[in-house]
Design a protein around this ligand. Sequence first.
Ligand SMILES: N[C@@H](CCC(=O)N[C@@H](CS)C(=O)NCC(=O)O)C(=O)O
Length: 204
Amino acid sequence: MATTYKMTYFNVRGLGEPIRYLLVYGGIDFEDKRIGFEQWPAMKSTTPYGKLPLMEIDGEQFHQSAAIARYIAKQLKLTGDDDIESMLCDIVVDTFSDFRSQMTSWFREKDEAIKEKKRGPLINETVPFYMERFEKELEKNNGYFVRGKLTWADFYVAAVVEVMEDMCKISCLDKYPNIKAHKEKIENIPQIKAYIEKRPKTPF
Ligand SMILES: N[C@@H](CCC(=O)N[C@@H](CS)C(=O)NCC(=O)O)C(=O)O
């Protein structure tokens, strides 16, 4: 019997989208279970660590989005050609996660005065710090993140960079043509393009 995949996440792109991109790219059939935020409090205690996304493979539950994405990527031979390339993929994803954490912690700040105060440094320091470096990586690697070949790091960054922009209403792409072109390249892969056209429209 074919392996079954069920991905449970909120009805947003967020941390679920890199996993969805990989499954779609690989032509892996999966149940894309999207729950409403109002359903979450009752469900939270039934999940391993009270967080989503949650992946069920043949009914067995797995959590942690990067681990899930890496697993799918391994099935699809998208983790590079050797252990060094595999580590390079992890480095890109982990570095991008560091960047994302700073953006999301700003987004979640409840005190409007603190949020306003931190907005300038986020736009003028954090975004350029990471984006300039990513821009150079793409130049060095011929338009991809790892050694000039398509890996899961490409799907991860392309999916999450847009989420961060939409969530924080801060532009990350305008001044960075390589990252913009890279995102468009991933979005133009036929499977991803078809998925984007039919996916639910969500705020981030
Ligand atoms: N490191 C975890 C983080 C998961 C996470 O923070 N999920 C958020 C949504 S993006 C969540 O479940 N929030 C609901 C909650 O904490 O109650 C992963 O990558 O899967």
